[in-house]
Design a protein around this ligand. Structure first.
Ligand code: NG1
Length: 405
């Protein structure tokens, strides 16, 4: 694979690459729309990744080609305040990393790169953050930027906001920091990864609706609006709880609120204070954070049924309270459950993309078969079926490797 990429690079650029940067996508197991509220998440990195064959340049140009012809070649100069390409252009994820690193570390050196990926785009598996991370890692290494890994993950999270989505930091953190065979409970401010070994018998199945959830496009507005609603709900509830003396002083984050008041009490207080959509968004966020804590314990205890139940609850809440599911996502979740999954839910921001289902090694065959026969075959979506439905392998985070020249 790497040899093919290196040969392809040489054919295109005229000399061999010196390094390989790779960054995996991720599947979020539970904890959706919590990261940007400073509340925990539980993702794992995938065996599917972005790879870039790299040759550093002696000037400030970043010259990128992509093995997928759908993504046209591009180039730009490394400098602070890089003007973006048109909205939705793939190169903006590369510019995002370059812009942030140039702004913070005055980097100057660019590179020739050939990008290759086996990650589906706009499917909620974080191909965007994998690309930001792989370009960021490349620019960081060739410009000798020295930052501690967690600080680097925070820089990459800030970087990605360049494309216009006010995302949290989950995707960049897990893609950079994941360990083989593990998921990680991630907490924020300060960023911390607690690695949890995925039980040997567990299989997380990912199934893609094929409906694109383009966060630099249509899904951006819905995503950013949810974030504003969560912020608004927080302002109202934290103010009211301080006035009533429920919290000693004004809470400055959701994390403080959930530490001060247990989640069901907090939900009940929120229901008494908030109205309409804000009430529902608040309820989802508070309960989802509690589910993440519980899910990490269920994983440690290898309690398949317990973990699956939490996934089901998460999906119900994303559908009814957070309103980010879709007919296709709901159907795929239901089919996975019919096929014998212990639990299933949409993964990522929603609005399309993938579901994730938990099975064990004895039931996973039935789940896969049912998904294929009851959903994909009925929609005539059996081409490239291995890319549409697969078992996620908990994998290591990003790396930067010499290519032996
Ligand atoms: P997806 O849509 O899977 O890339 C987005 C955000 C995450 C998180 C989830 C919802 C970015 C890069 N990613 O993930 O931070 O908020 O939605 O839980 O914005």
């Amino acid at each position: 694979m790497t040899d093919d990429l290196a040969r392809d690079f040489e054919a295109r650029f005229g000399s061999p690459p010196t390094h390989l940067a790779r960054a995996p996508g991720r599947v979020n197991l539970i904890g959706e729309h919590t990261d940007y509220n400073g509340l925990p998440v539980l993702p794992m990195a995938l065996h599917k990744e972005i790879r870039i064959a790299v040759r550093p340049r002696e000037d400030g140009q970043v010259v990128l080609q992509n093995t997928n012809e759908f993504f046209p070649p591009l180039d730009f100069e490394v400098e602070p305040a890089i003007p973006p390409f048109v909205r939705g252009a793939w190169g903006n994820y590369a510019k995002a990393a370059a812009n942030e690193l140039a702004r913070r570390f005055a980097i100057w050196r660019g590179f020739d790169g050939l990008v290759d990926s086996d990650l589906p785009e706009a499917a909620g598996l974080s191909s965007s953050s994998a690309l930001v991370n792989a370009v960021g890692l490349t620019l960081g290494r060739i410009n000798e930027v020295s930052t501690e890994p967690r600080a680097f993950a925070e820089v990459m999270a800030d970087a990605e906001r360049y494309v216009g989505t006010r995302g949290g930091g989950m995707d960049q953190a897990i893609s950079l920091g994941a360990r083989n065979r593990c998921a990680a409970k991630i907490t924020f401010h300060p960023l911390r990864l607690q690695h949890v070994t995925v039980p040997d018998d567990w299989c997380f199945v990912v199934a893609d609706t094929g409906v694109r959830a383009e966060k630099s496009g249509a899904a951006r507005v819905g995503y950013n609006r949810r974030r504003e609603e969560c912020e608004e709900a927080f302002r109202i509830v934290s103010g009211e709880l301080a006035t009533r003396g429920v919290t000693e002083k004004l809470a400055t984050s959701y994390a403080q609120l959930v530490r001060a008041v247990d989640s069901e009490t907090l939900v009940a207080l929120g229901e008494g204070i908030l109205e309409g959509s804000l009430k529902r968004r608040f309820r989802h966020v508070v309960r989802e954070a509690a589910r993440v804590e519980e899910a990490a314990d269920r994983m440690l205890a290898a309690d398949t049924v317990g973990f699956g139940t939490l996934m089901d609850q998460s999906h119900a809440s994303l559908r009814s309270d957070f309103l980010v599911s879709s007919a296709e996502l709901d159907e795929l979740v239901a089919v996975a459950r019919e096929g014998g999954a212990a639990g299933a839910r949409l993964t990522g921001a929603g609005f399309g993309g993938c579901v994730v289902a938990l099975a064990d090694r004895w039931t996973v065959g039935g789940v896969l078969e049912t998904l294929v026969s009851e959903w994909f075959e009925r929609r005539d979506m059996t081409d490239r079926i291995d890319e549409r439905v697969f078992i996620a392998v908990p994998s290591r985070g990003a790396s930067w490797e010499p290519l032996g020249v």
